[in-house]
Design a protein around this ligand. Sequence first.
Ligand code: DC
Length: 229
Amino acid sequence: MTAEQLIVTLDGPAGVGKTTLARQVAQRLGLAWLDTGAMFRSLALRLGPGADTLPENILRASCAQWQFSLSGVGADTVLSCNGTPIGNEIRTEGVALLASRIATLPVVRQCLLQAQQEMGRRFPLVAEGRDMGTVVFPTARFKFFLDASPEVRARRRLHDLASRGEQADLQTLAEQIRQRDELDRNRPVAPLRPAPDALLLDTSELDIPGVLQRLLEHIRAKGGPMPLP
Ligand code: DC
C-alpha cells in the first residue's frame, strides 16, 4: 500500500473530539497524526491580531516564512513550525477564532494546502481538519465526518479546558463555537462539509472509545490495516 492510499481523513466542526480521536486512530494504526487546525492556529498566533486584514501580497510573503514539518508516529507525532514543536500556546479560543478568520482567505489556505499535501506524499497519515476529505486528500480511502450538537460540543470543550486547569463559562464557549461554525461552514473556499464518500458519524450520544471503535471497524472492513492493541 502506498503512502497516498493510506490516508485517513477526519473532518468536523469545532469541539467534536477530532483531535483526541485522530491521535488515537493514528496510535492504533501506527500512522503519523496531522492536526491541520494546529497549522492554522500556529499561523494565526505568529501573524498576530489583524492578520485577517493584511493586504494579500503581505500575507502571502508572511505565510511563506513559516515551514511546517512532522516527525514521529501515533500519539507521539510532533508537528513543528520552523523547527519548533507546536504546543499548548495555540489552544486558546482567541487564537482559534483568529485561525478561523484567516482560514477564510484563499492565500492562507493555498499556502497550507501545499504543506499538507506534501506531508501526505511523505507519510501515511491520519489527517484532521475541515477540508481533508473534500480538498486536501480527495482520493483518500478512509474518510470520516464527525458531528455533534453545539451544546454537546460546548460541554466537551468546557471539560477539556477544565482538565487542563482552565476555567471557562459554558455560555461563552457555546457562543464562540457558534461563531466559528458560521465562519467555517459559510466561507466560499473549502467550507466545512462532508465529502460525498465520507462516513458520517453523529457523536452526540457516543463517548470517545465508542467512536474510536466505529472508526477502526470501518477502516478494517474497507481493507485497511489491523489496529494495534
Ligand atoms: O480544528 P481546530 O479547532 O484546531 O481549527 C481551528 C480553525 O482553523 C478552525 O476554526 C478553522 C480552521 N481550519 C480550517 O479552516 N481548515 C482546516 N483543515 C483546519 C482548521
